[in-house]
Write a protein that binds this ligand. Structure first.
Ligand code: AMP
Length: 221
């Protein structure tokens, strides 16, 4: 299956994508992660994107579209994908349709995670990750089992995303409302959009998404 997870920053797209990847073997394509890796590795894409990301704004469509085209083209035949962070504008959604048609692929579902704005601030400001393996945590909702030690690799150093602060979050939410939310009617019209209550716990949201995917599968069959 090929799906898109949509939702504002902190809605839980990355967490849910990882759970789906584990369960179904679909491949998570997280544009934010790809850009952060490009910054870390000093790649030209990273140099171009860094300031924009730090300001909480959106990287230009042409760069993102090219990036996704390459990533989707690299998937092994038969491997489904979960897009996490793309598309973020209507032109990106239109370009995705075109490239999928060219690659004889299609979307099975677009899942919107709906979360109250106040919860987003709490979710985003508390998250951190292991500097060594990248495992993600949250001060309140998902702390490490032993304080100061990564559950996954035993690492002792952690970092916060530079754009996970209250001021930048404001700009990111504005970008979501103004540039990304107009995608919702685009997919609703195509009968692909399903909205899930993202306020529930991590496992409950996963089950809600599973139910959507089951329904999409049986419609396709
Ligand atoms: P994320 O990790 O998905 O929250 O993305 C972090 C930042 O990367 C965003 O605030 C944007 O600056 C940039 N970004 C990620 N995906 C896209 C995209 N599809 N279009 C434009 N900018 C993006």
């Amino acid at each position: 299956m090929n799906i898109i997870l949509l939702g504002p920053p902190g809605a839980g797209k990355g967490t849910q994508a990882k759970l789906l990847q584990e369960q179904y073997g679909m491949f998570q394509i997280a544009t934010g992660d790809i850009l952060r890796a490009a910054i870390k590795n000093g790649e030209p894409l990273g140099l171009e994107a860094q300031k924009i990301m730090d300001d909480g704004k959106l990287v230009p469509d042409n760069l993102m579209i090219r990036l996704i085209e390459v990533k989707i083209g690299q998937l092994k035949p038969g491997t489904g994908f979960i897009l996490d962070g793309f598309p973020r504008t209507v032109p990106q959604a239109e370009a995705l349709d075109e490239m999928l048609a060219e690659q004889h692929k299609s979307l099975d579902a677009v899942i919107e995670l709906k979360v109250d704005e106040a919860a987003l601030i709490e979710r985003v400001s508390g998250r951190f990750s292991c500097s060594n393996c990248g495992a993600g945590y949250h001060e309140k909702f998902k702390p490490t089992k032993t304080s100061g030690i990564c559950d996954a690799c035993g690492g002792k150093e952690f970092c916060h995303r530079p754009d996970d602060n209250a001021a930048t979050l404001k700009t990111r939410l504005k970008a979501y409302q103004e540039q990304t939310a107009p995608i919702l009617p685009y997919y609703r019209q195509k009968n692909l959009l399903k909205t899930v209550d993202g306020m529930a716990g991590m496992e409950a949201v996963h089950q809600l998404i599973n139910a959507v995917l089951k329904a999409a599968k049986s419609t396709a069959a």
